[in-house]
Write a new protein. Structure first.
Length: 438
């Protein structure tokens, strides 16, 4: 209608991120990903390239010090163990110092500790240096999660989580392949390149977010921080903790520690196939991420999480039965597809529970800790199965991983949906305290 003031009205959200556009049809505004999140997405891509360089050769590098499968798996778990221990401290530092400085310091710690790994003289030095890297990792992970939760508009939380995960996965596709190639020049070379990639990422964030201190700028407007006890009243958050544990066990534990060893020990493949297998996992995840984030924003979080857990669980259970490289790589793609369906919806569900208007550092830390705990326990249990209980039985270790994913899917089946629906209480109403209590 001519003269209508509709185009001049502001959205009713309590926090209005940069980049929002009005809908052309007069309906809800069309959201764009805020600039700060786009910077984090670019940094995630750089970090993933470096992480992918090291992941496929780390277990083999550990075994070069004449240790067994279990000891090699502990090297992978050490990183997650220190992440687990320092996650609460990471949340506390973000509240005190702000997201940006904690993020940069975390990247620098990982860069220095990774470079030190390249010069490790024995197994124990490698274990210590890798563990120190976990401290920095938890700092930049909690910082990034905090920024994304607080800046992402409720209507595109799934899409934001999907975009962030896609950037990480795109880097992960090229990283393992490049890492396998670099390993030809020595297993220490990828660590140095990874350290350099982290320095680049820290520089990107430092200059692009210079002067940004979102925690302090909004502290006066924030409500009281959401406590873990409040979050646990939501069945969606409880389910997210379980699926995060299962995902950490599978994606960050077994996939990184056991899959490369399986390729080498059972399929008699070289480091190139170990790196390629991780790249195929990443490719499958990237493929499903093209739709999973938007689907999570439209049909809900639960269907995507449940489907992702079932697909990933079935793939992991079947992985130990693959008798040749072609079947092995095909199953890796399927497992990656399941992970891509799961992650954006799972992270968006946690963001729904926290909401834009409250700080949730401890809630985010607990969510991260559940994943790290899975990444710690998974490789160790698998190593004990292979080395002690059922000697050489990679099949049993992969089967346990698949069963755990099915259990997590069952927990989500009996949980409630967290996707915010527009209502008189506001777009974030279903996720607020008491809105999803069981």
């Amino acid at each position: 209608m001519a003269g209508s003031p509709r185009a001049r009205k502001h959205p009713s959200f309590s926090i209005v991120p940069r980049g929002r556009k009005k809908g052309d049809d007069g309906g809800p505004p069309r959201e764009r990903i805020p600039r700060e999140i786009r910077v984090l997405i670019a940094a995630a891509f750089v970090i993933a390239i470096g992480f992918g360089l090291v992941a496929p050769i780390l277990p083999q590098f550990a075994r070069s010090f004449d240790v067994g499968v279990t000891a090699a798996a502990v090297i992978v778990s050490a990183f997650a163990f220190t992440r687990l221990l320092f996650a609460p401290a990471g949340g506390w530092l973000v509240e005190r110092l702000g997201e940006r400085p904690v993020y940069i310091v975390g990247l620098l710690i990982v860069a220095l500790s990774t470079a030190a790994c390249a010069f490790a003289g024995d197994y124990w030095q490698l274990l210590v240096f890798r563990g120190l890297g976990g401290i920095g990792s938890t700092l930049f992970t909690v910082s990034a999660m905090g920024l994304i939760v607080r800046l992402a508009p409720p209507s595109i939380r799934g899409r934001v989580s999907g975009a962030y995960a896609t950037a990480f996965l795109l880097g992960s596709i090229g990283g393992p392949i490049l890492g396998g190639v670099l390993a030809r020049f020595g297993l220490r070379v990828p660590f140095l390149v990874y350290a350099g990639a982290l320095l680049v990422a820290s520089a990107v964030v430092f200059f692009q977010l210079k002067g940004t201190s979102l925690a302090e700028r909004r502290a006066a407007r924030d409500q009281a921080p959401l406590t873990v006890r409040e979050a646990l009243a939501h069945s969606g958050y409880r389910a997210a903790l379980v699926s995060s544990f299962a995902n950490g066990w599978s994606s960050f534990g077994i996939r990184m520690a056991l899959v490369p060893l399986f390729a080498s020990a059972v399929l008699n493949a070289g480091p190139e196939i170990a790196g390629t297998s991780l790249a195929f996992f990443a490719a499958g995840t990237a493929l499903s991420l093209t739709v999973s984030g938007r689907l999570a924003d439209s049909i809900g979080r639960r269907p995507l999480v449940i489907t992702g857990l079932i697909v990933n669980g079935a793939a992991m259970a079947a992985l130990g039965l693959s008798g040749n490289v072609v079947v092995f790589l095909a199953i890796c793609v399927v497992g990656g597809i399941g992970t891509g369906l799961l992650n954006p919806a799972q992270q968006a569900a946690v963001a729904d529970v926290i909401g834009n208007g409250r700080s949730g550092g401890k809630v985010l830390a607990a969510f991260q800790m559940s994943s790290d705990l899975g990444a710690i326990v998974g490789p160790i249990v698998a190593g004990v199965i292979i080395d002690r209980l059922l000697v050489g039985s990679y099949e049993a270790a992969f089967l346990v991983t698949g069963v755990l994913a099915f259990v997590a899917a069952a927990v989500w089946v009996v949980s409630r949906e967290t996707l915010p629906r527009p209502s008189a209480a506001g777009p974030d109403a279903p996720a607020q305290a008491g809105g999803d209590v069981r």
